[in-house]
Design a protein around this ligand. Structure first.
Ligand code: URA
Length: 244
């Protein structure tokens, strides 16, 4: 589960007289704004609702300063299928719910076309705060870095451990590489099933936002068709292996 990282004291290499002034300054900054690892927030009795409640106060990385609120996963507590995206977008950040913006609407449509009922699906993200950069009046999605992904990881691991989905699907490269390793290539391995300890059936496909970013209508239609085909294959395999 979550590894707790302890910051080592910052000293100059080889110095016996303690930290340099610059190092002391850095460590004071760290002390003034301590990151609080997720493990310190987790309740003793782990339930999804208790974990969701404490996640609202997450300060495990600096993204809480930029986002409006923590956006935790949602869906049936014992959902058969878990979909893992990257991070909430602008609409999700304001609403406090995952996949409710344009990418979420496209995902809903694709699930329906693939014959997968949303009622069987738990949706969540690798990172629970919206990372954005200003562009004029707009907030533009920015990719989370390894530190932010690592800091947030215990939330996702706890969700997986509690929901125990039979099928776990990574949506896009950030989720796939966080859960399946940095060597995983969504473009080459999408729609296939991979050996993994996260769930009995584990797969990955593209992120619905990538379809929205397609350069023209024709490629958007093609990419949507391929996305639905991946989901349909996953849905069929899930149905065929469902316990009686
Ligand atoms: N993109 C994601 O990865 N997750 C959301 O919740 C919304 C957009």
């Amino acid at each position: 589960m979550a590894k707790r990282t302890v910051r080592s004291p910052v000293t100059s290499p080889g110095s016996r007289r303690g930290p340099t002034p610059a190092a002391r300054h850095r460590s004071q900054i760290v002390r003034a704004e301590p990151a609080q690892p997720v493990v310190e927030l987790l309740p003793t009795r782990l339930t999804l609702s208790a974990v969701r409640a404490v996640s609202k106060g997450c300060k495990a990385c600096d993204l809480y300063k930029r986002g409006t609120q923590t956006v935790f996963g949602e869906g049936p507590p014992r959902a058969e299928i878990m979909l893992v995206g990257e991070q909430p977008g602008d609409a999700e950040d304001l609403a406090g719910h995952p996949f409710v913006g344009p990418a979420g609407r496209l995902l809903d449509r694709a699930l329906e076309e693939a014959g997968i009922s949303r009622a069987r699906v738990y949706v969540t993200n690798v990172v629970k705060h919206f990372k954005w950069e200003p562009r004029g009046k707009r907030r533009i999605h920015a990719k989370p870095n390894a530190g932010e992904i690592g800091a947030c990881r215990p939330w996702l691991e706890t969700e997986i451990a509690l929901v125990r989905p039979r099928v776990l699907v990574c949506l896009g490269a950030t989720a796939a590489q966080a859960l399946l390793g940095r060597g995983f290539k969504v473009t080459q391995q999408r729609g296939t099933f991979v050996e993994s300890s996260w769930a009995p059936l584990v797969s990955a496909t593209v992120h619905p936002s990538s379809i929205l970013r397609a350069p023209d209508d024709e490629s958007r239609r093609d990419e949507m068709r391929a996305f639905v085909a991946d989901l349909r294959r996953i849905g069929r395999r899930s149905a065929s292996t469902r316990p009686e």
